[in-house]
Write a protein that binds this ligand. Structure first.
Ligand code: MG
Length: 330
């Protein structure tokens, strides 16, 4: 297996301060060539704020035979891309389309009539990242005037405590509360406290999933698993979700458009085999960054993303133009 990489920089369009204070996001595109002649492409986009090793470290470890979970996922996605390319097919061929949630990262910059716009565009789910100003955010959510056409996802990123969570949920008006599809990582995982927290709304587990051993769980402290193909094994997570009767939301990793389209392709594939279990995806993260030649190739139509071109994950011409560096392995 021959691995080549090409570093890139994504420039945020708005302050992603609840997660990170950085001005730029760095990662690498990967080109992987197998001995059987197949070539495929994927993304590697670590978030050190979330505990990921830098891409430099992950590639250095790879040279000595240690493969990180993230890199393993990148190689797996590149292989999917390679197989589709070889058959002259798109990763999306024969799969259902999957809607995405609309993402609000900062309620202060949203217009009050946002709901009319979202309805016209065909969105059904809205995800709101919380934690800048919980009082204002509760007012925003209550003031949305949500009707039965919308489902709400609230994400605390495990930043709060049981007390801040409880106060926030009690501040929501009844209408908004009934529209909550789930609350993501309300506070750091604790089986008993999460069970109690479910009295307000169903819960979803995202980054806190690392702390959970599903085989040891006796209860059901959450209802939904956020599956990020960028760093989680897809088939074993699916299996665990089937066994514990959990729903799945597939999301991108606020990564490069190549990573985003790979995640969406996984969402479509899981949706085909598990239509009831797989919910609207969360792959509309490209607008968080300034447009580049890759994101310019992806067309957003309301809650849908249209593939960049018809082979593999797309972007074929751009991949040809990347200045690839070959990783020296021993
Ligand atoms: Mg989350």
């Amino acid at each position: 297996m021959k691995i080549s990489y090409s570093p890139y920089t994504l420039k945020p369009t708005q302050n992603l301060a609840t997660i990170s204070n950085m001005s730029e996001r760095k990662g690498v595109l990967l080109k992987i060539e197998w001995l059987d002649g197949l070539t495929g492409y994927s993304d590697l986009h670590p978030w050190s704020e979330l505990g990921d090793q830098t891409w430099e470290q992950q590639l250095a470890d790879m040279r000595t035979g240690q493969i990180s979970q993230m890199l393993e996922q990148s190689i797996w996605m590149a292989r999917r891309d390679a197989q589709a390319r070889q058959q002259n097919k798109s990763l999306f061929d024969g799969l259902p389309t999957v809607k995405n949630n609309y993402l609000i990262t900062d309620v202060r910059v949203e217009k009050p009539d946002i709901l009319n716009y979202l309805k016209k565009e065909g969105f059904e789910t809205i995800k709101i990242k919380l934690g800048r100003d919980l009082q204002k955010e509760a007012e925003f959510v209550s003031g949305l005037g949500l009707d039965g056409a919308f489902k709400l996802r609230l994400d605390f990123n495990a930043l709060g405590t049981w007390q801040t969570y409880e106060r926030f949920m009690k501040n929501l008006n009844k209408v908004a509360l009934t529209r909550v599809q789930y609350v993501e990582d309300p506070f750091p995982f604790d089986e008993q406290l999460w069970l109690e927290a479910k009295k307000f709304a169903p819960l979803a587990i995202d980054n806190e999933f690392q702390k959970v051993d599903l085989n040891k769980l006796k209860t059901k402290p959450f209802d939904v698993v956020i599956l990020k193909p960028a760093k989680m094994d897809v088939s074993s997570t699916l299996q665990a979700c089937v066994m514990h009767d959990l729903k799945i939301t597939v999301t991108s990793y606020m990564d490069h458009p190549v990573g985003v389209m790979h995640a969406l392709a996984v969402a479509c594939e899981l949706k085909k085999g598990n239509p009831q279990r797989v919910l609207d995806a969360g792959c509309l993260t490209m607008p968080l960054f300034q447009m580049d030649s890759y994101s310019a190739m992806v067309v957003q139509a309301g809650p849908y993303l249209k593939r960049a071109d018809a082979r593999g994950v797309g972007f074929s011409l751009l991949f040809l133009r990347e200045p690839w560096n070959q990783l020296k392995t021993r």
